[in-house]
Design a protein around this ligand. Sequence first.
Ligand code: ADP
Length: 667
Amino acid sequence: MFSKILIANRGEIACRIIKTARKMGVATVAVYSDADQDALHVRLADEAIYIGGAPARESYLLADKILEAAKETGAQAVHPGYGFLSENADFARSCAENNIVFIGPPTTAIEAMGSKSAAKNIMEKAGVPLVPGYHGDDQNPELLRAASDEMGYPVLLKATAGGGGKGMRQVWSAQEFDEALAAAKRESLSSFGDETMLVEKYLTKPRHVEVQVFCDTLGNAVYLAERDCSVQRRHQKVIEEAPAPNMSNQLRAEMGETAVQAAQAINYTGAGTVEFLLDEDGSYYFMEMNTRLQVEHPVTEMVTGQDLVEWQLKVAYGEALPLTQKEVRVNGHAFEARIYAEDPSNDFLPVTGTLEFLRPPEESLHVRVDTGVCEGDEVSVYYDPMIAKLIVWDESRERALQRLATSLKDYRIGGTVTNLDFLYNLATSQPFANAEVDTGFIEKHHDLIFHDRQQDFEKELPLAALALLLHKQQQTPTGIKAIDPWSPWQGNGAWRLNEPHIHRLSLHCHQQEHAVEIEQRGALYIACVAGRKTHLRGELIDDVVHFDVDGHRLQGTLASTADGFTLYLSEGACHFYEVMPDTGEADSNEANAGLSAPMNGTVVTLLIEPGIDVEAGTALLVMEAMKMEHTIKAPEDGKVEVFYYAAGDLVDGGAELMQFTPSGEAV
Ligand code: ADP
């Protein structure tokens, strides 16, 4: 086995690879950029080499720098993870030229799958079923239109160089064709520097089912079951599962064998994924092959009991596959949810921020958390805003799904917006429980998934108020925890000698301000919200609050972050902050929250004229950042006084984009 490998990646996947290498007794070298000086992957590795600036093109995409680091540290092999250089044939070739093993397939296989149309040609010859369509070299628009007319609409135009859902256009009728073709070509040219198109029959209710394949250098090849990744937003996966539900074993085996056939057609070695579209009638079609380890590989590991990174290292070292096809077993069911710093209610806009409070659920045989961050880390503008992958396993789909829901609820993140509530709503929705999945799932069930938790203010506000009081009583005015939390001399509460001990709090919770009065009688508190009284006791130990509400014991976790507090209860999270008399500061901050640039990017277009009254939610400006378009909307009724940037301008993350005046406020 290799004695030392370099991991040409960062974040969760770098950490995940280091774990297996360590288990196998293989030393690891990490690489890091300016933004990752203190990152977890750097701390976990045996050695780490600095490779440059925070933007990936100045560090993680610098093939030469990375190879230099490998040579300098004596690493015998490079694991590229996913993304960055993982599907870069030139990098794989340079590794070989420098006598360093690239832990991945041969350069020729990467190249063969690099173009969607070339890949289709190869697969067609190998007898792998393709979505009906045209993927030839002749790009005459007349020919493309004739092919579409003949197939019948809807069709899908795809950039042959495409990826990440870009350069794709649905065409629903012949009349729309010319315009859609022009738009898809423009997008493809600007994203990939190439405008070659292919056209496919557009399936209206397909599932995305992919097969994990593995081949060694000795001619052995197996498939390790399949994954269903149908639940997608913007053609990107959100929740993945293995095995794919509602599939016969016969279909599974047939797709598995087809996937192996596809891999063998390009003399594949190592880990690969063959992606298929599975139509309602059970027909399936090759879509593309990813020549690397996938983000969602852990669900396959959970149901097969195998460590795919270990397999990768063994195959790269020239060993045989650990199992034959007959020995591969699938046991139980696994889900993976991708936890992102993003705002689902704002078109999944990625957000940045500090992970001020981070408590993942406890890991066990059933629950696995793959992450590359710790409490206090930044989600920066430079990289993918994924915080963690939550993976759960159980004996059946139903039980695994229940684990997923519980673990999502137990996942506590404060300091940045996340998609946790969205994932929870999705995981607990009836259609998902029924496994009625297809690639249109999120759109179709929009109302079920995009809603805030119904809060029970009568129950939660007294708890929130008491948690806040207990928190305050632990703080001295200098911010250092008091030695005796119960001493009236140390707290900054409303205690007065010979006067009733009443605290009056104004809590902003769920877009409303609520007055809460708490009378303190020794260890007993009587909270009054909207005229209703609750008797309760409580104790705050570290960040866990132990409540007793009329004899009913319950626990909550209190997170204190820059923008207020979150009390995590078994029903869900209750976010609140204390409104201080007269300042009103927190409110105005909130009103302006959406009007600064969420990240470094470019202004694409200004959508309204300054000075015109607009309603809350009106789209004001479109930015492009992280290769996606983001719309900045009016946070409330009001008007834009002035835009500080014009279309085409570069903007730094956090910069004010415009002056916005809410209605009723003087300029
Ligand atoms: P990319 O490489 O840009 O990710 P893919 O070809 O992998 O593009 O397709 C991404 C997603 O687009 C698929 O998972 C599926 O949801 C959808 N898709 C692709 N081709 C079709 C098709 N012919 N009909 C319907 N949906 C499709």
